[in-house]
Design a protein around this ligand. Structure first.
Ligand code: ATP
Ligand code: PRP
Length: 209
């Protein structure tokens, strides 16, 4: 049995066609069903439905053999115990800094609100900017509006969330997409099954280019 960890929401929706090409179609729909383990049309594959930020943990500990997670989440978590063999090219967005519209340029020490603490620390250190990082779990866009921070580090896709909150994107930290990750022990123990799945995903992705 292969267990694949996927988060509900945009990654699940965008992963479905890729999985379907490999003959993996979940029997139940996580939008309407409270099951956390989903059987699929393949007897040898099941999905576990978890929070996006928990995917690397499940795969690292071998609770799932494979997982699909955003590069943002993988960088923030650290990649010990995981292989990252494939960029699936789904859930694409950008990790950016953003400020209030027309905010003056940041000089000296900066207060940054983000849920990507490690990434933000590394980014500002690489620029030689002293940053005080304030950890939030969501709604980062609010922080500069209420004086909690000068700047945020967050994901941007359409830019609509920033615009709706009188904010503007500043610097690109990195482009983000979701990756297939594999538990290192599973890669050895279940090599044939995992290699076959990887090859199928690669064929599907090659057709998309
Ligand atoms: P959690 O549920 O663990 O708090 P989350 O709410 O960030 O995580 P999602 O919103 O489903 O979970 O995001 C999952 C992944 O999708 C992110 O890690 C990122 O790689 C990508 N992503 C996030 N926001 C966007 C967006 N607006 N457009 C495209 N991709 C996005
Ligand atoms: C993400 C991100 C931004 C928004 C950016 O939030 O944290 O707030 O998407 O997308 P946009 O540029 O297209 O507006 P998400 O939709 O995942 O909400 P959440 O942070 O509350 O989970």
């Amino acid at each position: 049995m292969l267990t694949i960890a996927v988060s509900k929401g945009r990654i699940y929706e965008e992963a479905l066609p890729l999985l379907a090409e490999a003959g993996i179609v979940p029997i139940d729909d996580p939008k309407t069903c409270r099951k956390l383990i989903l059987q699929t049309t393949r007897d040898d594959v099941q999905l576990v439905i978890i929070r996006a930020t928990d995917v690397p943990t499940f795969v690292e500990y071998g609770a799932a053999d494979l997982g699909i997670a955003g590069k943002d989440v993988l960088l923030e978590h650290g990649a010990e115990g995981l292989y990252e063999p494939l960029d699936l090219g789904i859930a694409c967005c950008r990790l950016m800094t953003a400020t209030r519209k027309n905010a003056p340029p940041i000089t000296g020490r900066v207060r940054v609100a983000t849920k990507f603490v490690k990434i933000a620390e590394r980014y500002f250190a690489s620029l030689g900017i002293q940053a005080e990082i304030i950890k939030l779990y969501g709604s980062m866009e609010l922080a500069p509006l209420v004086g909690l921070a000068d700047c945020i580090v967050d994901l941007v896709d359409t830019g609509n969330t920033l615009k709706a909150n009188d904010m503007e994107p500043r610097d690109l930290i990195m482009n983000i997409s979701s990756r297939l990750v594999v538990n290192k022990a599973a890669m050895k123990m279940k090599n044939a099954a995992i290699a076959e799945l990887l090859a199928q995903f690669e064929r599907t992705l090659a057709k998309r280019v």
